[in-house]
Design a protein around this ligand. Sequence first.
Ligand code: SF4
Ligand code: SF4
Length: 238
Amino acid sequence: MTEDLYSLLKSDVRFIEGLNACINCGTCTAICPAAEFYNYDPRLIAVTLQNKNNNEIEALLKSDTIWYCGECLSCKTRCPRNNTPGFIIQALRHLSHQLGYFVESEKGRQSLAIKRTVGDEILKSGYCMYVDRITSEMHPEQGPVWEWVRKNAKDVYERCGANYKGNGDGAMRKIPEEALEELKSIFEVSGGKEFFDNIEKHSEQKAKELGLQFDNTNTCEYFKHVYTTNNGKHSLND
Ligand code: SF4
Ligand code: SF4
């Protein structure tokens, strides 16, 4: 039996706070920076959810649409009914991850890339992105100057006053093992690890479905597919 998706959304405090009664005025869309660039309309999302139609909600959870919001929360400040489409989106994304629906859209599948490049990095180094991991292979957009900076990292960062990989205080310092262990514990007890594992599990299933090789590296076929694919249908100008 299909799950009652509206009830599941209602169990999320962000959804309760995000949607009162939408009067379809479109103010959120007018102020939304994402709506200026993407095929994205927060008004339509609020109205769709208000209809409580299971099929429509399922389609949203499996769509690229819910991944376009930049969570700037400009909509929170302007809605005449005190709604916050940005919170509604957070609840939709959470449910999409929980049910594994995120793998059905290109933008949703990119959750794996964010999980592995940012999420895992937090647990590994204590930083959401440590400079050593910004390689030219993964980030060719950084250009040749970045390659030079990487080759001369110690010298460059010391000149900037950073404590690159050093103990003690300062920018770019090494985060002590004890603090990293504490971070891991927080992820365990708060459900963060379970959330990450779920992304891996559903991504692996999708890789099988697509016939792409999958492992825990960022060089496996599925990761590369997720990291580089762009169907060219996201922006308003496409
Ligand atoms: S601004 Fe508020 S009431 Fe108006 S369309 Fe957006 S969510 Fe609905
Ligand atoms: S939080 Fe999302 S929906 Fe709201 S204005 Fe920002 S980008 Fe648009």
